[in-house]
Design a protein around this ligand. Structure first.
Ligand code: FMN
Length: 245
């Protein structure tokens, strides 16, 4: 009969094996459900060196990510800090051929779904002087703003965009491009070196000329192809967004 201590050491290898399998599975689950947002788990590393089985217990802890990094997300193996900046207007709008009163703008709906999927910081681009609640009045005001290349004053800006790698830029298609307040926002910062991922809601014209306009307003930024969503489908765009991000 081997002494008890032998049995214990004999099963030690198995325990280590099970522990590593459990950790691997935990990392796989975190990866699958993108739970890096709040946590990272690293685990014991095993290395075979010159025939010796070396256990490096350098990790095996549940590590809280510092607050500054909380909203970072792992994309293609590296953490990125993301901001969602969007313009949206509630009240009367034209949706699927009918004038409707919206309690929440379509782009805001898309932005909030995107926020849940990415954990990114949200910022709403709001002009000091909002457009009229009445749809017909609003389209006339927006057209006039576009005609005279207005740069409406904004209520606020993010303190800085230097901490973000990626900016999701959301807006409705207004007369074939972005609302002029979005131009004000883009011209306020230096986006060079940043990735801009546009998302747009519309009633049939998709992005219109907005992608070219973003590229002109943000020289040096990488402006991606983006995603255009029909305003009336904003509530149901979760799956499409998930594929896109
Ligand atoms: C002033 C104005 C201009 C618009 N121009 C267009 C347009 O040129 N092409 C288009 O497809 N939709 C156009 N639309 C429809 C909006 O893009 C669409 O309803 C969008 O989902 C509104 O987003 P929001 O609710 O976030 O403001 C326009 C709407 C408004 C209010």
């Amino acid at each position: 009969m081997p002494p008890d201590s032998f049995k214990w050491w004999g099963s030690f290898g198995l325990r280590v094996f099970y522990a590593s399998a459990v950790c691997d599975y935990a990392v796989y689950v975190l990866d699958k459900y993108k739970l890096y947002v709040n946590t990272t788990i690293t685990y014991w590393r095993f290395r075979v060196k010159k025939g010796a089985f070396i256990i490096k217990p350098q990790h095996w802890k549940y590590k809280k990510v510092p607050a500054r990094r909380r909203r970072d997300r792992k994309v293609r193996g590296r953490f990125v800090a993301e901001l969602i900046a969007f313009f949206s207007r509630r009240d009367e709008n034209y949706v699927n051929g009918l004038i409707k009163v919206l309690n929440r703008g379509n782009t805001e709906t898309v932005a909030s779904i995107l926020q849940k999927l990415t954990g990114a910081e949200l910022f709403q681009i709001e002009p000091v002087q909002p457009y009229a609640k009445d749809y017909n009045e609003c389209i006339a005001q927006a057209q006039e703003d576009q005609r005279r290349s207005a740069r409406p004053e904004l209520k606020a800006y993010p303190d800085s965009i230097s901490g973000y790698d990626t900016i999701y830029l959301g807006y409705p298609n207004y007369w074939g491009t972005m609302p002029m307040a979005v131009f004000t926002f883009l011209e306020h910062f230096d986006f060079s070196g940043k990735t801009i991922r546009p998302f747009c809601t519309h009633e049939g014209s998709g992005f219109g000329n907005s992608l070219e306009d973003i590229r002109k307003a943000c020289p040096g930024a990488k402006v991606e192809q983006g995603i255009a969503i029909r305003g009336g489908s904003a509530e149901q765009c979760g799956k499409e967004l998930e594929k896109w991000i």
